[in-house]
Design a protein around this ligand. Structure first.
Ligand SMILES: Nc1ncnc2c1ncn2[C@@H]1O[C@H](COP(=O)(O)OP(=O)(O)O)[C@@H](O)[C@H]1O
Ligand code: SF4
Ligand SMILES: [Mg+2]
Length: 395
């Protein structure tokens, strides 16, 4: 067994050289294509399928061209973020949640990370949309922070240690509102600091990041994200680096803000409890694909995919005594060499004969609930099959 594993991850010198050659060629080609697409607005302007959505992910494929082969981090995902709603994206570590959000912000580590297929439509509110995949950097700079902002996991590394909090929030407001006077900018900063629950706002305005606790720093990060009233806020594991009591406070704050601001929130987390308390819609990801999506009620009260059911079972429930918490057997397949059948099959306790066939399609089992699993074949409309990109054909 150990030998087999060793064999499967072993790459000969010849193969390694072939991969490097291929990567160089494909990255050069993709970068050139990007550069050319950037010149013509027609190539990145599109329309939303549904104008009530802020963002639509349509068969998005984001791959990393690495020394061991192509990592299909996100491979054919479809989901929408409706206006003024919170969408939770859940799944275990490494399933592609952060890569999804980085693709949307166009902050992938290029040239090795590339969105090689699909469309990410961002609603401009005037009947048109940008396809973020081809949007030039000069336009992305206006979108980032202005229209989409991001709250990162680790607030200490995201704040600059040598500038005072006030200066850092002012800077963001000033950058996105060039006409504002100094007094107006400061007033806006103070307003944002009180909105995120900082009582001593004048004091905090003049403090350095190291003078604040982790929870306070995360509040400042949220104030920065809100400073330009963006249409969408991406919160990538916003509470993971904080201790439990502070986590609860930050979640209360986000929940409270959700009703005060007119933005949608894309809440990325591996913690189902966080999603349960905040999200209107939930997207469950597994190994770079969306396996189930629906309203929070669909996912929490009627989970359909065996992976979602497993996640629910592995969550501790207050008041329920168990000898050991359930854990899903096995592990996620190797992202460099994905099988062509259901990615969950080797861990699935509910598999049937059909599961040996192709990767299952998306099946609509109610107006709001979609699942990719053969158990529901015949019980709903088949929407589509995820389309992977054959990287050899990119050349
Ligand atoms: N810069 C990178 N280079 C190569 N592989 C990457 C890179 N960033 C992410 N990946 C891979 O993409 C997959 C998804 O990662 P990520 O989106 O960060 O997961 P998570 O769901 O925990 O946020 C993982 O297999 C990870 O190893
Ligand atoms: S398609 Fe089959 S193997 Fe995959 S999750 Fe559904 S039942 Fe399990
Ligand atoms: Mg992540």
């Amino acid at each position: 067994m150990a030998q087999e594993q060793k064999k499967s991850s072993y790459i000969s010198g010849k193969e390694s050289r072939r991969i490097s050659r291929f990567n160089r060629k494909v990255m050069r080609k993709l970068e050139n294509e990007r550069f050319n697409a950037n010149k013509d607005p027609k190539l990145y302007t599109t329309t939303m399928k549904d104008p009530n959505n802020v963002v639509e992910f349509d068969n998005v494929c984001t791959y990393f061209f690495t020394d061991v082969g192509t990592v299909k981090a996100v491979d054919g995902i479809n989901f929408e973020i409706p206006k003024c709603s919170t969408v939770g994206v859940v799944g275990e570590s490494g399933c592609g949640k952060s890569v999804t959000s980085l693709s949307l912000m166009q902050l992938l580590q290029r040239p090795s990370g590339q969105t090689v297929g699909g469309e990410i439509r961002f609603n401009l509110g005037d009947g048109t949309a940008y396809n973020i995949v081809n949007t030039p950097n000069s336009i992305m700079e206006q979108i980032r922070g202005n229209k989409i902002s991001m709250i990162f996991q680790e607030p200490m590394t995201s704040l600059n240690p040598v500038f005072k909090i006030g200066q850092q929030v002012d800077e963001v407001t000033e950058l996105h509102n060039p006409g504002m006077s100094k007094e107006e900018i400061k007033a806006r900063t103070l307003e944002m600091l009180s909105l995120v629950g900082i009582a001593n706002r004048e004091g905090v305005y003049n403090m350095y990041p190291h003078e604040l606790s982790g929870g306070m720093r995360q509040r400042v990060m949220i104030a920065i994200a809100l400073a330009c009233s963006p249409g969408l806020i991406i919160a990538d594991e916003p509470t993971t680096a904080l201790d439990v009591t502070i986590q609860a406070q930050i979640l209360d704050l986000l929940r409270d803000l959700k009703d005060k601001i007119n933005s949608s929130i894309m809440l990325i987390t591996h913690d189902l409890g966080v999603v349960a308390s905040m999200a209107d819609y939930v997207v469950v990801m597994y190994a770079g694909r969306v396996v189930e999506k629906g309203t929070a009620d669909d996912i929490f009260h009627h989970p359909a995919h065996p992976y979602t059911i497993g996640l629910m079972k592995s969550k501790p429930v207050v008041g329920k005594k168990v000898d050991a918490l359930y854990n899903i057997p096995g592990s996620v397949p190797n992202p460099v060499d994905m099988p062509n059948y259901c990615y969950f099959r080797d861990r699935c306790e509910m598999r049937c004969a059909e599961c040996d066939g192709d990767y299952p399609p998306e099946i609509r089992i109610s107006d709001t609930h979609v699942v990719s699993c053969y158990r529901f074949k015949g019980e709903g409309e088949i929407l589509k099959y995820p389309k992977s990109v054959n990287v050899e054909e990119l050349l």
